[in-house]
Design a protein around this ligand. Structure first.
Ligand code: KG4
Ligand code: ZN
Length: 337
């Protein structure tokens, strides 16, 4: 029998809804909130208001595009956390009301788990990762190396002790005067620049953990000092600055990932989360795959940044296991793992 799941995601600044039939994507609708660009970061109060405005039309569009009536769904999956409280409350409350009015089971999904499980949405020509696999989860809020033993057995091997990789990209972009989120713009400019022009201090953190705050400070000081000598330093060097910064982030990410894969003897490796869209990181992963004989999994752009299809696929596996949530489920803002 087919299983139809509606996924709802509202943890940060994207209001998203998607419909899956088993592992097949039937619709994937996202309303991104442009309002934050001018503030250099997500403003929580504005994000919750925008979710409140968007949630009904976004869910309606997802159902219509999938060509399904609400009564035909088998369950409603929603992001319970981690994320911004006001944002999560909108998705959680909507999901509860929608599910209970239709007498459908409710399924809570962890946002990070969703990012990783997005690799199990059926894609023409792409293979699912085989367990156990390592996943480098790199987003605006998290940077982790995770060992996946099964769909829901997630072991954190390494994590950042300060900033997330996406946060580092966004902060560097802000220093250069780019609007939020600046990661994609750094990526675009980096393609035209030389990565070995500027050098930044590298953190020496034990085991498989990361730190990006030193890199950010080193970038800030370099730009600040050079601007004193030349007020046009940023415009004249933007591409090289972006390429050098991106190279520093990606090589740090890859070093620990390679170490973890070697030590744990795992050759099945995936990347997930917004920063997995980065062309430098994807290239570095491909090179490592050739060198170390890895089988790699890179998400398409629509599955790397926040989306609800990843919440629906996690819901699909939980539905199969009969793991449901009660009406009392409340959001959590910080990672439970
Ligand atoms: O996973 P995501 O959409 O949201 C969170 O769960 O945080 O990740 C958003 C992050 C932002 O920091 C954004 O700048 C970064 O992903 N990002 C990128 C690229 N595309 C998105 N960073 C570098 N290169 C990109 N191409
Ligand atoms: Zn995310």
């Amino acid at each position: 029998m087919d299983t139809w799941i509606l996924g709802i995601e509202s943890s940060c600044d994207d209001t998203a809804a998607a419909v899956l039939c088993n592992q097949e994507l039937k619709s994937n609708v996202i309303a991104s909130q442009a309002v934050h660009a001018q503030y250099g970061g997500v403003v929580p109060e504005l994000a919750s208001r925008a979710h409140q405005q968007n949630i009904v039309p976004v869910v309606d569009a997802a159902l219509k595009q999938a060509g399904i009536r609400p009564e035909q769904l088998h369950a409603v999956a929603f992001t319970r956390g981690p994320g911004l409280l006001g944002s999560l409350l909108v998705g959680t409350s909507f999901a509860k009301a929608f599910a209970y009015s239709l007498d459908l089971p409710l399924i809570e999904v962890d946002h990070l788990q969703g990012h990783i499980l997005s690799h199990f949405i059926h894609r023409e020509g792409a293979e699912e990762p085989r367990f156990p696999f390592l996943c480098l989860l790199v987003s605006g809020g998290h940077t982790q190396i995770v060992r996946m033993n099964s769909h829901f057995d997630r072991e954190i091997v390494g994590t950042t002790i300060d900033d997330a990789a996406g946060e580092a990209f966004d902060k560097a972009a802000k220093i250069l005067g780019f609007p939020y989120p600046g990661g994609p713009q750094i990526d675009r400019l980096a393609r035209m620049g030389n990565p070995s022009v500027f050098h930044f201090s590298e953190a020496h953190i034990p085991a498989y953990d990361y730190s990006f705050s030193g890199l950010k400070t080193s970038f800030l000081y370099l730009v600040r000092d050079r601007l004193r000598e030349n007020p046009h330093f940023i415009e004249e060097n933007a591409a090289d600055l972006c390429a050098s910064f991106q190279f520093a982030v990606c090589s740090t990410l890859m070093k620990k990932l390679v170490k973890a894969a070697k030590d744990l003897r795992i050759r099945e490796v995936a990347i997930a989360g917004g920063v997995s869209a980065n062309s430098g990181l994807q290239q570095a992963l491909r090179e490592a795959a050739d060198k170390y004989h890895w089988t790699i999994h890179i998400p398409t752009l629509s599955f790397s940044t926040d989306n609800a299809a990843m919440i629906a696929i996690a819901g699909y596996y939980k539905y199969a296991m009969g793991t449901f949530s009660g009406i009392h489920a409340v959001p959590y803002t910080r990672s439970e793992k």
